[in-house]
Design a protein around this ligand. Sequence first.
Ligand SMILES: [Zn+2]
Ligand SMILES: [Zn+2]
Length: 192
Amino acid sequence: MPQDIPLTCSCGKLRGVLLVADPDTGTHAECYCSSCRAAEVFVGQPDPAPDPVGIFQTSADALRIDGGHDHLSVFSFGETNLLRWYASCCGTPMFNTMRNPKMGFVGIRTTCLADTEALGPVLGTGFITADDGKQTHRGLRLIVWRMFKRIARSRLTGSWAKSPLFDKATRKPVKPVKVVTAAERRALIKAF
Ligand SMILES: [Zn+2]
Ligand SMILES: [Zn+2]
């Protein structure tokens, strides 16, 4: 049964709901990539390595924000990269979106969710470093396929316009995007 799951930053000021979550309305994934790691450090969290970060990838209209708009902030590693949304009150990473709102996509950090059982098991893992140092992915095709299916549906139905993270009229992010330079990003984490 799909269920609504409350979500908050760690101090509780920024809060909302992940609507009708179940293993079919999104993809439960994990990522070990250096950008996800650096994003945690940038907002004030410890480097999660060697653990991954957990993300539930779902449709933009599955996210509702109920309070703490003042604390909603966003940055990006570069002018064209993923938008990484966080709560500035306590430095909690919250969401990822693409820059084009029409993609209708949002990734929700699973640590913000009151409960992750309804998300189902982790279906895919990105950027696993093998013993020989090479990086591999598990379930990547499935993740990408499910994401594109969802993007197509949200374009078709127009549900992308219901994202609380983009202005409906201007289609711009609801907060100014801080662009973090490559040099700043490199200083955030040590490579393995
Ligand atoms: Zn907070
Ligand atoms: Zn990543």
